[in-house]
Unconditional design. Sequence first.
Length: 370
Amino acid sequence: MPTDYYEVLGVPRTSPEADIKKAYRQLARKYHPDVATDKAAAENHFKEINEAYEVLSDPQKRANYDRFGHAGDQAAGFGGFAAEGFGDIFDMFFGQQRAGGGAARSNGPQRGSDLRYDVEITLEEAFAGTQREISFRHLASCATCKGTGAEPGTLVVPCDRCGATGIARQVRQTPLGQFVTQTTCGKCNGDGQVVQQPCHACRGRGRVEQDKTLTVKIPAGVDDGSRIRLSGSGEAGVRNGPDGDLYVYLSVRKHDLFKRDGLNVFAEVPIAFPTAALGGEIRVTALDGEHTINVPAGTQTGSQFRLRGHGMPAVRGGVRGDHLVTVRIAVPLKLGKRERELLEEYAGANADEDGDRSFFDRVKEAFKAE
């Protein structure tokens, strides 16, 4: 089944061109094969993103896609004529309207529009899972008329101008035969039916704006850009059509200490020079609490230690990433007289083959470079 281009870019069908362009740029940066971890999956998704943007960024292609779906892409390739254009040409020469051609009928049930809601969470909430109460306005089915648009007790009757088709046809004779044009019926606006007395609550529209509050459960392990679909929580359908969906898009706030990459979490921890030189234990904080790491003697700045299974959980469960700690040797800003004497004594005792440059001198230079 072909992928919906709007879902690929993560935008509603009513999005302006600027929002489509913005969504494309964000996704292109995220899924570019040169920066993605899973290059094979990223390459396939990157192709889908480009294909979707190629269609939705072109007004003519987008109009064809909105009316005919993926078939509209194919129809647009025949000299720029869409399916409706071919129907009018056949009418002109053969005097017959082909089945399903011409102006679209809109008097059947129509699905409600999808909605989008953005939620920001912390990395801790993404790790443990959480829930949010969200409120938004949407078009709901009118409770007074039950979505019919008619005042209770009155009738909705077939349109007598178009014969309940929603289409107004005009036939003209030409030297080449009958020339048929079709337009939306002006009396029923293409609905094929007429409300005798419009509902006072919704003014005949069948839908009214209402506030809606929902509790959204956010599972553990979600990442920045994750999407949660709440089926049927979008706008109400028209003429008993199904309701649209609500898509909750998640963004994870940048953390002061931790950096996430997939299921792994990275952090930097300062350690004292004696601990790095002599070895010892250090306490580090991960998302699931505190842990002890054994630092071997002679540990250098930039050394990395792995706490397996203490990273992010997978959304579907069963797998946990790792917590990786990179140590940085902390240099004291001030030294007492005795401390300096001991360090200089140590440095003098460990002078290397570079002559006057002692080990202590090289340590100081290394810290200055950082």
